[in-house]
Design a protein around this ligand. Structure first.
Ligand SMILES: [Zn+2]
Length: 330
């Protein structure tokens, strides 16, 4: 029997975006699944081997604000946070729980937000955690602000902006470690990021398997599933997908988050090799709304989408080893 409910959900979610969005995710579902597998197969070693504190030191927003500005200055990223704040583009809120990402569980605190609308133009809303996370949130969201067009983003922009923001956050964490400042908090942050990628990997793996079946046959049933999925469990994947669907998740949005979080490990590993890598990210930031996907990737030494998946898998492993080795390069 064909699973019509899931098929309809896949199509309905796709229609919320321009056609190229759902195509991009569906046609690359197996690649996203492969990234998830790499992450799942490596990470248990971290969970069992690492000894890390599990809370961030309290910090006033003024300090977080100052540290974020210092980070931008240090890397010649031209932004004046005080000016954004005075113009009410950058606004701070106390945590009211309204944007918690409960579906993926662990580590997901209140989520800050950057966007564009007619009333406010470009804006950045930061939900305060009163610790170093506020500095990370500012760096993440203000980096989005720097590549926000006046209006809707295109596919290239949507698929790459999270990678840039999470990547810059990872580089920020690395800079703190290199400068021997708030090192324990920075390590915890890097560790948590890796655990977040793992949470996505577990939840999204069955979703990508089913999307892969849909892409190939347009009909989701056990027979089609067994034709192209090895070592999978159809019934299990279907029930995972039903939970996903009932939680009102959006596989396109979740993919750009998962892709972004995963890509950030590439940015972090490249930065550890060569600090000037930040300049390439700044160029990428200027290009994502104007240039093609491949052109943008080439700015960061990635040849094309296949090469991107390859480099992400590689970096996930290098990043895992980096954490396992007590945050030391091998
Ligand atoms: Zn973001």
């Amino acid at each position: 029997m064909e699973n019509k409910q899931i098929k309809e959900y896949i199509e309905k979610t796709g229609k919320k975006y321009k056609e190229e969005y759902s195509k991009f995710v569906q046609q690359n579902a197996i690649q996203f699944y492969n990234i998830a597998c790499v992450e799942i197969s490596k990470i248990h070693r971290i969970q069992h081997h690492i000894n890390i504190k599990n809370y961030y030191k309290p910090m006033e927003i003024n300090s977080a604000f100052g540290i974020a500005q210092q980070f931008f200055n240090m890397h010649n990223i031209k932004i004046n946070l005080k000016d954004l704040y005075d113009r009410k583009i950058l606004v701070f809120y106390n945590d009211n729980g309204r944007r918690n990402n409960k579906y993926f569980g662990i580590n997901f605190g209140p989520t800050s937000y950057q966007g564009y609308n007619k009333e406010r133009g470009k804006f950045v809303d930061i939900i305060l955690s009163k610790n170093i996370m506020d500095a990370f949130s500012i760096v993440h969201e203000v980096t989005h602000y720097l590549n926000q067009p006046n209006g809707l983003r295109n596919l290239t922009s949507d698929m790459l902006t999270e990678g840039i923001s999470y990547g810059i956050e990872s580089i920020f964490a690395q800079s703190l470690i290199d400068d021997n400042f708030m090192v324990e908090d920075a390590k915890l942050f890097i560790y948590n990021c890796q655990m977040e990628i793992l949470a996505y990997a577990y939840k999204m793996a069955p979703i990508y398997r089913i999307l892969h079946v849909y892409t190939n046959f347009k009909k989701i049933n056990e027979k089609n599933y067994n034709k192209i999925i090895t070592n999978g469990n159809y019934k299990n994947d279907i029930s995972e997908f039903e939970i996903y669907l009932k939680s009102d998740r959006d596989y396109i949005r979740d993919t750009w988050n998962f892709l972004g979080k995963s890509t950030s490990t590439y940015f972090a590993t490249e930065y550890r090799k060569d600090k000037n890598f930040v300049n390439k990210i700044i160029k990428l930031n200027d290009a994502i709304n104007l240039m093609s996907f491949d052109y943008c990737l080439q700015l960061i030494d990635i040849r094309n989408l296949d090469d991107m998946f390859y480099k992400i898998s590689d970096s996930l492993e290098i990043n895992n080893l980096y954490i396992l080795n007590g945050f030391k390069n091998t």
